[in-house]
Design a protein around this ligand. Sequence first.
Ligand code: NDP
Length: 419
Amino acid sequence: MSRALIIGAGGVAGVVVHKCCQNSDVFTEICIASRTKSRCDALADQLRGKTKTVITTAQVDAMDFDALCALIRSYNPDLVMNIALPYQDLAIMDACLECGVNYMDTANYEPEDTDDPEWRAVYEKRCKEEGFSAYFDYSWQWAYMDKFKEKGLTALLGSGFDPGVTQVFCAYAKKHQFDTIDTIDILDCNGGDHGYPFATNFNPEINLREVSAPGSYWENGHWVEIPAMSIKREYNFKDVGQKDMYLLHHEEIESLAKNIPGVSRIRFFMTFGQSYLTHMKCLEDVGMLSTTPIMFEGKEIVPIQFLKALLPDPATLGPRTVGKTNIGCIFTGKKDGKDKTYYVYNVCDHQECYREVGSQAISYTTGVPAMIGASMLLTGKWNKPGVYTAEEFDPDPFMEELNKWGLPWQEDFNPVLVD
Ligand code: NDP
């Protein structure tokens, strides 16, 4: 018997809601809330009558502390699931602390306004000290560790696929496959085709900020930063085929570097087609990816937000996306004194996801682990007061649930390595 408040009603939240309703023994009641109540109602209408889960909806701006606390107090959930945007992470964590409720999300904090001088001062110090310049990092949320501990509350950060499942794969490899892990390569391949010349598979603003930033990887105890898209490899992905992939900075590298002792290198690669890269470069060159407001005909607009309004809504890509994703981790290390390599990954089919929950595979591969992470907290399997990422918990129950809820994993004990 448990009750979850889900904040957000976009592409990923759509999958989360479907999956919570399939898992109605754990999610007996859910409330879907966002600023646009009609989208929450539309989601609820898709599920009502098809599930035992009792669904309600509410209107809330998560940045409005009093309004969010009032909603949490009146609904009285066991967990708040932040399936909105990374901009809201700290505001929702504050409200959870105030109201004494557990918290989870799918992406680490980044500010909406990157020109905010207070944030910039901290950011610039971090760039210098840590050596990577992405707008997002874990420091803001890790700073809540003691506050969550004192209140006996758990915060699970980044329970999507990457971050999320990729860290569970790392914890699983560490627990069952290796005595020591030397290198980790996380490979995220989307072999899907939505038929548009250019569209993003999740929130365009967050996606374009991430992929246009400099790349970086962890090596021998420090960050190595490189110009965006300047390290390219080819890889032959099972069930997808040969793809170009590029080294990106990605948030789980930061926590894995801390939590996998002795690891000498962690890299993250994502596949991109030439059309996507050409469009992105052009948009960047003309200033459309900028987060700095400009005046346009007497009105202030943020270029990347204007671009978002022009691009297809990722939540509408489901019916037209065909092909598969393949996301996983390749490890090298030692077991029983011998060198060992190991690859664990999931293959997911866009059209199968669409038939099951009405979404493409990127929302699906994020929404399923968000539901599983929430169920780990609600069933007490992952309760540990404080603020943690997925690799800091026992991977076994999560790995079992992946097989049960639509993201079965496969293993390769002799994978081709990335040079
Ligand atoms: P969408 O843009 O489709 O949806 C975002 C939702 O958040 C909307 O329903 C929006 O509704 C709501 N929202 C935004 N601001 C607020 C606010 N102030 N108060 C309340 N609700 C708000 O995004 P996606 O579904 O594509 O992505 C959701 C999250 O998943 C993002 O954080 C993204 O980074 C993450 N993600 C994680 C991945 C992973 O593997 N870990 C992969 C892909 C995505 P409204 O505007 O009406 O309020």
